[in-house]
Design a protein. Sequence first.
Length: 340
Amino acid sequence: MGNGNTEQRRRERLDRGIKVRSDGLYALMSWRELAYLIVPRLVLIVGLLVLPLVMPGAYWQRVITIVCIYALLALSFDFLAHYLGLVCLGGAFFVGVGGYIAAMFNSSLSLPPLLTVPVATILGAVICTLLLLPCLPLRGVYFAIVTLMYPLVLARIIEALDIFGGTDGIMGVDSFANQWLEQYAVISLVLLFLFGTRRLVNVDLGLVFRAVKDNDQAVRASGMNISFYKAIAVFVASAMGCLGGACLVHIYMWAGISLFALDFSILPIAATVIGGAGTLVGPVLGCIILVPISELLREFGTLRIVFYSLILVGFVVFRSEGLMVYGERKYHQFQRWVKV
């Protein structure tokens, strides 16, 4: 393309200068290149923070909070599956353990939610990790089946032995101080874990996680304890799930065996498929899409499962890579005219 009689121009991808150097060498980048990298992150952060303000009514504001709970579970699933090769179907297990611990500390010891949530997150993650230790040598479908059994077994134990309130559950759990604190606390926690896990998988520990997934025998031959690194990953993943469960019981002011419902195991997987596995951001995007759709289809009763399944099948067939992977590819294909 010519500009006048002397100046020649050609098309160039916007990310060319960034890829030539490195995505992480921010000190060498121009303001334009920094904006190119930062804008997508700002869109996510600002979008999540603005969502409660634009929702029509308290009901849909509460839906946004539930979206964030599922987003924590989806992050947990994607982190273990993509970076450790552990397909964990125990999202409901994490939610139930964290929820019951928060409810018991609040109802028995009268601790406020600002204390029960972090205590339930840490203590619940420790308990879940210890219970899953015998399963860490398993991989693939075997690990998935075993983790799926944990929430089913715990729910039946609570029901049969009539402990922790039995089928009635633990009632009278305190709620958060106000609705805005509830919403922005959960949104902030999602963003914290999202960017925290992205940072974690890019440091040396994340490289070890990938090595364990790709060739655990080679890692073992180098003298590293595979079970130790798997336990660290399970602790991080279960902490996200327990955090979601702890927040959930204070939102509903009740804890019962429904915390072990399979919805908490299945929906995060569906969100990961739709959003894009291995991206961490994709599962959050998938939850933002799936949870409101589930609420919109509630008036159809049991038929909503049919619509829900059709949506999921459509994404799997026509966009199997996930929305986030597709969006990233299109974003990096933007071009501009530059002087030759």
